[in-house]
Design a protein around this ligand. Sequence first.
Ligand code: 5GP
Length: 219
Amino acid sequence: MAVANPDITPNPDTLHRRGLMFVLSSPSGAGKTTVAHKLLREDGAIAMSVSVTTRAMRPGEVDGRDYIFTDRTVFEAMVENGEFLEWAEVFGNFYGTPKAQIKAGLKAGQDFLFDIDWQGTQQLYQRMEVDVVRVFLLPPSIAELERRLSSRGTDSVDTIAGRMARARSEISHWDGYDYVVVNDDIDACFEKVRGILQSERMRRARQTGLVDFVRDLMR
Ligand code: 5GP
């Protein structure tokens, strides 16, 4: 951003910067959904990345808001045409991140929040590297995770055991992330995640308006 009028004091927070891709992952029961919703509510500068999926719509979901729902033929054609930044098969359904809107958004300074699995996170990082910030939430203990995953009270022992097995396998991917936050208190965890986002926004390489701003300071 060139500062044409020397009487106007430029606000460094409004300097142009490139958006970032904020990936939040965790085993279920570790607080990802709560933190993600709070972030979207309280931070006006980040938007959810809406994925394309072939899975059936669940009650309460809205096409275009929760996912872009499509069928397998269309999804495969999108893969063929290179329309995804990443895609993966999860539990027999296909999920993918559409490329065009994310790339345009990043250029315009829009940040995106991603709820994708570890395979998608890896692919995204391989393709977009410095644009990607990967955050993983961990539960404070296995006992607490079990308590959270069985808190509905109506689930069978087998169902809970299945969820625990899946959670353990998700936890094993912790080392593919840049930041790891142990969630023993949801508010404290949220503040830590928000702090990561705010710091990452200040990275010099993302602040594309800095060159003109500093040139002006030194004039
Ligand atoms: P669900 O069907 O319950 O909404 O999501 C199932 C899984 O798919 C979750 O682990 C979610 O993180 C993952 N997922 C959702 N969208 C995408 C995507 O665009 N790419 C990848 N790789 N995984 C996704």
